[in-house]
Design a protein around this ligand. Sequence first.
Ligand SMILES: *Cc1c(COP(=O)(O)O)cnc(C)c1O
Length: 380
Amino acid sequence: MGPGPSDVPDRVLGALARPTIGHLDPLFVGLMDDIKTLLQYAFQTTNSLTVPVSAPGSAGMEACFVNLLSPGDTVIVCRNGVFGGRMQENVERCGATAIMVEDEWGEPVSAAKVAAAFAAHPEATTLAFVHAETSTGVRSDTAALCALARDHGALSIVDTVTSLGGIELQVDAWGADAVYSGTQKCLSCVPGLSPVTFSPAAVARINSRTQKVQSWFLDMQLVMGYWGGESKRAYHHTAPINTLYALHESLLMLREEGLEASHARHHRNHLALVAGLEAMGLEMAVAASHRLPQLNLVRIPPGIDDAGVRQTLLTEFNLEIGAGLGALAGKTWRIGLMGHASTATNVTLCLSALGVALARQGLAVSTERALAAANAVLAS
Ligand SMILES: *Cc1c(COP(=O)(O)O)cnc(C)c1O
C-alpha cells in the first residue's frame, strides 16, 4: 500500500512466466496489436500512435519531451510536487526554456496561474503538467489545463502515470496531446513499461521536426517502424516480450472489470479508508475536492515517530506504506490503494495495523470505531 509498485495479481505473474517467443513472431505481432487496442481503451483515445515504451514511466516522460520539443522552445511547466520538477529537468535537457508555474505541494495546479503564464509568454509552444501527483496525492483538472493549452495554440504533455485505470482519464474528450503512463501503479502490472499516446497534432509536430530527436532509443518515428504500420515490422530493439505478456494480461483484466467499475472501486475503498482514518482521529492532508483515491496523504499525529510506525507495519504486518516527500517528509504518510491493491481487505488491514502501531507509541486510538466507520462505507 505504498506509492507503487502495487500488488501484481497471480494472473499477470502467470502471463509473465509464459515461454519467450521472438519479437517478430507473427503471434507476437498479433499480441502487440491487441495491446495497442487495449491501451486505446484504457486511455479513451483513438490515437493510432498509442504504444508501450520499453522502459519505466520515466522513459515515457522523456519520450514525450524529446519528441515534442526542439532547442529554443518555450515550455510552461507546472510544479506542485516531485514530478513537475522532473519535467523541468527534461525541458532544460532538450535545450528549451522552462517557465515554471508553482503551486504548493498538496494543492492542485492553478489554471489561473497557467493562463497568466501564457499571457506573459505568448511564444510558449507546450504546456506540461501532472494529472495525478503521486508525491502529494493531488488531482489537477486535466480537461481545463488542456483547453488552456489549445486556446493558446500550444500542445499539452500530461503525466498520467498514477491516474491511468484509477481515476477518470479521457485523452480524446479532454484534448490531451502527449500522454504517458506506467504499468506499476493502477494497472497492477510489473514495473518496466510506459504506455504513451500522441494526438494527431502531436504526431504532426513530430513529423515536421527539422532536427533529429536527441534520443535514438526514444525517437517515436523509429519506434513506430517496429510498433506501427499495417505491413511488416522492422527490428528496432528486442521488445521486453514477457513484460508485454504481463501488460496484455493486466489490460485484459481492466477491460473485463470495465474502466468505470475500476474507478468506482478505487473511489469506494478510498472513502472507506478516509472514514476509518478520521474515526481514529487522524487527518487527511489534502482537501476532499482534489484527493486522489489511489494515493492518500495522511498527517502524522504530533509526537509520533514516522519511521517507527512504518517499520512496525512492515515487519509485523507485512504492509508497506509510503513516507512523505519534500516539504511533506516526516509530516505525512502516503497510503496507496492502487489497482489490484485497492480492496476492502487492504483497507481493513491498514486500519488495524495502524491502530496497533500508534498504540505502541502511546497514542490511544479506537481501531474498533475506525473499522466500523470503514465498514459502513463498504456496505453502502
Ligand atoms: C511513478 C511515477 C513516475 C515515474 O515512473 P517510473 O516507472 O518510476 O519511472 C512518473 N510520474 C508519476 C506521477 C509517478 O507516480
